[in-house]
Design a binder for this molecule. Structure first.
Ligand SMILES: Cc1cc2nc3c(=O)[nH]c(=O)nc-3n(C[C@H](O)[C@H](O)[C@H](O)COP(=O)(O)OP(=O)(O)OC[C@H]3O[C@@H](n4cnc5c(N)ncnc54)[C@H](O)[C@@H]3O)c2cc1C
Ligand code: SF4
Length: 338
């Protein structure tokens, strides 16, 4: 039995004060990831700071014409919010592709961003893992690595980021609003999560005393031409082997704007500016999509059991871009299956 203290935060300033005072404390929102990690003895916070009573559960318009999503908006409320469903269907379908209805009711938007990897060795305290215990080694590199990364890996860690929602947020170029002891700041989504490098214990660039208060979506939601394609072992309740979020703006058959983000392939949602640049100005054809996929995957490397992901990702990119260009997103196919 490992004891921990529990305290409720009364407002954002109080939450920051409490976390700054105890380097081993953790915020708890829906608890769907943190409590599991505590049960497995992977996370051992000295204190849980309950943030669920903070006034951060609102979705509202921003002055720039986008939406601001409070960090405590449950994943379900986010996906079914009329403005999100209508203007950002890419985000709605990514959220609905994750977990189960019960989990989505509990899971918060801020917590989703900070959920930890699903690498089996990370959860197994009997095995070496640099992310859990820096310097102990990586069991996955020569181990069971079917779910692991093919891009942006290091010799210290090949874990993937498990979130679906984050892949859509990367494609939409969302911003994360955080408050810490030094004040408030906005973080471009691409700068929130980090690659493992030689410090895989750090998943994000968030400071230890910062709380996420909101996620901001820009006005452009790519509602006409989008898709979130998730390839997994089961149709529901499984993490992505590979997922692809696409947003396109078309002028006739020509691509005027392109966003392409991959999940299940790296320590963070993966975007490649060169692949996106290759799409812009080109005709929306299978050949164009294949070329972009080749560019994005040119540095991909497997570790044995996950070698198949490279070809899977290539085909998934082409399929997702095709669905988005045709205006027949994966979420519509899902509805037909259901
Ligand atoms: C069986 C199962 C299947 C799942 N399948 C999927 C899936 O397919 N796809 C997917 O994307 N997800 C999946 N999930 C993960 C789920 O989406 C996350 O657990 C959830 O989004 C986390 O949100 P939470 O509010 O419960 O976070 P918590 O567990 O409360 O917190 C997670 C982390 O975030 C920190 N935190 C929380 N809120 C804030 C904040 N506002 N500011 C700063 N730090 C904060 C906490 O300290 C903690 O470290 C699955 C989970 C389970 C248990
Ligand atoms: S891949 Fe990362 S999380 Fe998994 S065992 Fe290696 S260091 Fe740990």
């Amino acid at each position: 039995m490992i004891n921990f203290a529990y305290a409720r935060a009364h407002d954002v300033a109080d939450a920051v004060r409490q976390i700054a005072a105890d380097p081993h404390a953790k915020f708890i929102a829906g608890g769907t990831n943190l409590v599991d990690l505590m049960k497995e003895n992977v996370a051992r916070p000295s204190r849980l700071i309950d943030i669920t009573h903070l006034p951060l559960a609102e979705i509202r318009e921003t002055p720039e014409g986008g939406l601001s999503i409070g960090a405590l908006v449950p994943n379900s409320d986010l996906a079914y919010h009329p403005d999100v469903a209508r203007r950002y269907p890419l985000l709605a379908s990514a959220v609905l592709a994750g977990a189960s209805p019960q989990l989505r009711n509990m899971a918060s938007s801020g917590g989703n961003l900070l959920q930890r990897t699903r690498c089996v060795y990370f959860y197994d305290t009997a095995t070496p893992c640099n992310k859990r215990e820096p310097g102990s080694g990586c069991s996955a590199i020569d181990g069971v690595n079917r779910m692991h990364a093919i891009l942006g890996t290091s010799e210290h860690c090949i874990a993937t980021h498990p979130s679906d929602m984050c892949v859509a947020l990367a494609a939409l170029e969302a911003r994360v609003l955080a408050t810490g002891a030094k004040g408030e700041r906005r973080i471009a989504f691409a700068d929130l999560h980090r690659l493992p490098g030689d410090a895989p214990q750090h998943d994000t660039t968030l400071a230890a005393d910062e709380i996420i208060t909101a996620i901001e979506l820009p006005a452009q939601g790519f509602a006409e031409h989008h898709t979130y394609l998730k390839i997994r072992d089961r149709l529901s309740y499984a993490f992505a082997l590979v997922s692809v979020a696409v947003g396109l703006a078309l002028e006739g058959d020509t691509i005027a704007e392109a966003r392409l983000a991959l999940g299940g392939v790296a320590h963070k949602p993966w975007r490649d500016p060169a692949a996106e640049a290759q799409l812009v100005g080109a005709a929306a054809t299978a050949e164009t999509f294949r070329r972009a996929a080749d560019t994005l995957l040119s540095a991909a490397r497997g570790f044995g059991r996950n070698d198949f992901k490279i070809e899977l990702a290539r085909r998934s990119i082409v399929r997702a871009l095709t669905q988005a260009a045709r205006g027949t997103p994966q979420s519509q196919s899902d509805k037909r299956i259901a």
